[in-house]
Design a protein around this ligand. Structure first.
Ligand code: AMP
Length: 174
């Protein structure tokens, strides 16, 4: 299977979670073994030479791709979660997104200055969620931060919220 075929498998769900949103449903790709393989292989190919030590996944759909990439790269996995879910001491950040506002947290000891980090989420919409995660991780002073998505909704121009020098990569662009 090719990445273009994964694009064909991803399901559009209209008016979810609210009216007017076309939700990109990746569960139809995640349940397909060949699609999972090509997603894993493409992610690995993109990041394997970059000395990545931690892959940060954004709750909850970002956990899937981030875990695959962490495993492929022999890197660690770090969760960014909704408030009150992480058990130990956390850093927090609030942000606005395509449908509402939210807060995310990361464990305060999750990233060290020795780390090279990939931040991963399933979908780039307005970029608010990932920008909050980027700021959280940046405040922990890692050596380098890369940003990755499986899907980018380019018409929402979410990419523009990130500083120009940050490497932002998406597997599939709509
Ligand atoms: P944003 O902060 O606007 O970039 O929103 C990104 C987050 O919301 C990601 O975690 C996505 O899972 C989810 N999301 C936003 N819009 C969509 C969409 N149209 N389809 C699927 N997921 C979306």
């Amino acid at each position: 299977m090719k990445l273009e075929q994964v694009k064909d498998i991803i399901r559009d769900v209209y008016d979810f979670p609210t009216k007017g949103i076309v939700f990109k449903d990746l569960t139809t790709a995640f349940k397909d073994p060949a699609a999972m393989k090509v997603i894993g292989a493409t992610l690995n190919e993109r990041y394997k030479e970059l000395g990545v030590t931690k892959v940060v996944g954004i709750e909850s759909r970002g956990f899937i791709g981030a875990s695959i990439l962490a495993y492929e790269l022999n890197a660690g996995f770090v969760p960014v979660r909704k408030p009150g879910k992480l058990p130990a001491d956390t850093l927090k950040m609030s942000y606005s997104k395509e449908y509402g506002t939210d807060t995310i947290e990361i464990h305060r000891d999750a990233i060290t200055p020795d780390d090279v980090v990939v931040l991963h989420d399933d979908v780039l919409a307005t970029g608010g969620t990932m920008m909050a995660a980027y700021e959280l991780v940046k405040s922990m002073n890692p050596k380098k931060i890369y940003i990755n998505f499986i899907i980018e909704l380019s018409f929402l121009k979410g990419r523009d919220v990130f500083p120009a020098d940050v490497d932002v990569n998406s597997l599939i662009v709509y």
